[in-house]
Write a protein that binds this ligand. Structure first.
Ligand SMILES: Cc1cc2nc3c(=O)[nH]c(=O)nc-3n(C[C@H](O)[C@H](O)[C@H](O)COP(=O)(O)OP(=O)(O)OC[C@H]3O[C@@H](n4cnc5c(N)ncnc54)[C@H](O)[C@@H]3O)c2cc1C
Length: 265
């Protein structure tokens, strides 16, 4: 299960060269998902390329109207960052409610969105805030980055380097957490900007999605009352031992209204 070559490159170029030269190589950030995947024998990479030595992927900086967060930034660093708290408090709050302290101190922004678990929290913020995902080869707008269940727009050997989150006039994230893991059974990120309103849902479907009828209603009247009669169809939503599709559909409405109320506080 641990039969692989371990590499810890010091530059992005070296990491990418390694990934390209070994077709079965996998990058590793905090290993919070990758290591359990190896233990369960769901993956058997020939080489693991540890991104922990890449200083270019670390750090948080305010840039104009956005906050740019390096891919290797741990959830606890986002939660505790003064820059994030003052620019986009909803994002700091989201990071502060991921998993438990161990997960928040190992898990990373880049690893979370590259993995694109259907119940992960960050995809809702990336889409809700209309963020831009930067990689070693270019930029991905939020709406075209998350492709489906555990699937993203990343190509072979493509590494996320940072994510740029624009500030919002108002924003909040509300989730109904799985009581064991804290992953989102349903999480809704709502953001109001000069370009309109975005409502991004995670946990409910195979992949993060937007709710256009809610966005249109909130653009006219940014209050929870404006979306109280909007029903989400259960068809196509996740149904498992944790919750039925119908229950998740119901939770989308509840979490969206709570998020709007929180954003208005
Ligand atoms: C017990 C537990 C509870 C959790 N609870 C939550 C929760 O409540 N909410 C939540 O959102 N998440 C939760 N997580 C997930 C966690 O937050 C991590 O973000 C996630 O596991 C990814 O871990 P990582 O960042 O260490 O990435 P890794 O495990 O190192 O990598 C994950 C995947 O991304 C790829 N990858 C890593 N970095 C990059 C990069 N820069 N570019 C391209 N590909 C890359 C890897 O090859 C791998 O396929 C939980 C995890 C655990 C174990």
């Amino acid at each position: 299960m641990y039969d692989f070559a371990y590499h810890r490159p010091k530059t992005i170029a070296d990491a990418v060269n390694l990934l390209k030269s070994k077709p079965e190589a996998r990058p590793m950030s905090g290993g919070m998902t990758l290591i359990p995947t190896l233990k369960q024998r769901l993956a058997k990479p020939s080489d693991v390329v540890d991104l922990g030595g890449l200083k270019e992927l670390a750090g948080i900086k305010a840039e104009g109207n956005s906050v740019v967060i390096g891919a290797m930034t741990r959830h606890a660093e986002v939660a505790g960052s003064g820059d994030v708290k003052s620019a986009i408090p909803a994002l700091a709050d989201l990071a502060d409610h991921i998993g438990d302290p161990q997960v928040r101190n190992r898990g990373t922004l880049g690893g979370s969105i590259a993995n694109n678990d259907p119940a992960a929290d960050y995809p809702a913020a990336v889409v809700g805030l209309n963020a831009t995902v930067t990689t070693n080869t270019g930029k991905h707008p939020a709406d075209s980055f998350f492709k489906g269940l555990f699937e993203t727009a990343l190509g072979e050997g493509e590494l996320i380097t940072s994510v740029s989150f624009p500030k919002a006039d108002k924003a909040a994230y509300m989730k109904f957490p799985n009581p064991a893991s804290r992953y989102a059974m349903v999480g809704v990120f709502v953001a109001k900007t000069k370009d309109g309103v975005r409502v991004a849902v995670t946990g409910a479907g195979p992949c993060v999605f937007r709710v256009k009828p809610m966005e249109d209603a909130l653009a006219k009247n940014f209050s929870s009352a404006a979306i109280k009669d909007i029903k989400i169809p259960a068809s196509g939503l996740n149904s498992d031992i944790h919750a039925s599709a119908e229950y998740r559909a119901h939770l989308v409405g509840v979490m969206a209204r709570r998020a709007v109320d929180a954003a208005n506080k």
